[in-house]
Design a protein around this ligand. Structure first.
Ligand code: PLP
Length: 397
């Protein structure tokens, strides 16, 4: 029953395993899973070499070849890393402008509240993008703001936020930008030569296609050097983790060794595929094929094409009363696809992720499966309710 390592570019998950059309955990390559079938000593030189290579490769993915930026991996899921970045990079007397248009922006604000950092919030609702001119106005109005945090792809709607114009507005006002690029890094450009920021954060189980267990901060070295003692937390202190890694090559506390080994394989596959541009191109193709197919069934996307990320797409639930999301979910799962509920507050929606080890051929099967599900439920039209379209019209205004 074992699957041999395959050189086929997109081997299906094992018999009976569904594809995860979710934004991480996601469907991983069998070779990534197999890389976990060995135990590593965390102090051992081989593992330390893996950590070093991991950091070097991630800094290179961010476009830095000059040593201006450093990578600090840390145990935990993505939210641990956001907390670690905010707690370490923002001084205790700093003030953060949080740009929120969904759950992850609001979580960043909540993180600051819990750790007792001062912040102010621009909350754009479910999916409206925070724009450069709004950031400029907020910064001009409040000289106490030292940092801005932006969400690169707000995974709750799938919107790709305009980080380049946010960066411009932030630095034009002499402030510092931090970016949660959790669900975008590795597939969407966040090159330090093109977009200015002090630090960004991402995790193992998103666009690099590893398994969950750690994340990483990529920070400007000169900035991180000044962050000693900022952190509210012992374990989530990026500065201390970094200093320890530089000194000993080791993680401060038990590293997720198997996850790191899997990630090294995921990085190798990422590079072999052609790096960030190729990964982004595959996801973009996945999205375009899937969205065109779903639209041909009558489904409508929440966002106009301009804001659609190549990560995850929100669709309105059809107006037809015969459409029941939980039934649709179960039927899709029976056909081999795990989809994702929506996170909008105003109208019913669901999401389909396009990241992970799959290509456009899989996306065509997703659309075919959705078509069958509609037929099985007796849904004649997948068109959304008028209220949903009225909601969407706000974005165009
Ligand atoms: C996945 C994700 C996170 C982290 O979520 P965890 O559940 O803690 O891994 C943070 N921000 C964004 C934008 C994400 O997509």
């Amino acid at each position: 029953m074992s699957d041999a390592p395959s050189d086929a570019p997109f081997p299906a998950p094992k018999m009976g395993e569904p594809y995860l059309l979710t934004p991480g955990p996601l469907t991983t390559d069998i070779r990534v899973k197999e890389a976990m079938l060995r135990d590593w000593g965390s102090w051992d030189s081989e593992f330390r070499a893996m950590t070093k290579s991991l950091c070097d490769q991630l800094v290179a993915l961010a476009g830095d070849s000059t040593g201006e930026f450093v990578c600090v991996p840390m145990q935990g899921s993505g939210s641990y890393l956001v907390e670690a970045m905010l707690g370490t990079l923002v001084p205790r007397d700093g003030k953060v402008l949080v740009l929120a248009n969904g759950a992850y922006g609001l979580r960043a604000a909540e993180t600051l509240r819990v750790m007792g950092r001062t912040y102010t919030l621009i909350d754009k609702g479910d999916y409206m993008p925070p724009r450069g001119d709004e950031v400029a106005a907020a910064l001009a109005a409040d000289p106490a703001i030292s940092h801005v945090i932006a969400i690169h792809c707000e995974t709750s709607s799938g919107i790709l936020n305009p980080v380049a114009e946010i960066a411009e507005a932030t630095y034009a006002a002499g402030r510092k930008l931090l970016i949660d690029s959790m669900s975008a890094f590795g597939a969407v450009d966040l090159d330090v030569r093109r977009i200015r920021y002090e630090a960004m954060v991402s995790s193992a189980n998103k666009c690099i296609e590893g398994v969950p267990g750690f994340g990483f901060v990529i920070a400007r070295k000169s900035e991180l050097e000044g962050c000693k003692g900022n952190s509210h937390s012992l374990a989530l202190d990026v500065y201390s983790q970094w200093v320890n890694m530089v000194k000993s090559g080791q993680w401060r506390y038990t590293p997720p060794t198997h996850v790191v080994a899997a990630f090294m394989e995921a990085l190798r596959i990422h590079a072999a595929e052609g790096g960030v541009p190729a990964r982004g191109a595959r996801y973009t193709k996945n999205r375009d094929v899937m969205v065109a197919g779903m639209r041909s069934l009558g489904f409508e996307t929440l966002l106009a094409d301009r804001w659609l990320s190549p990560i995850i797409v929100t669709f309105f639930c059809p107006a037809d009363p015969k459409f029941v999301f939980t039934t649709f979910y179960d039927l899709m799962k029976a056909k081999g696809f795990i989809i994702y509920p929506g996170k909008l507050t105003v109208v019913e929606s669901f999401r389909i992720g396009v990241i992970g080890r799959m290509d456009e051929h899989v996306m065509r099967r997703v659309v075919a499966a959705a078509k069958e599900c509609l037929e099985e439920m007796g849904v004649a039209s997948a068109a959304p309710p008028a209220a949903a379209l009225a909601e969407r019209a706000k974005l165009a205004a």
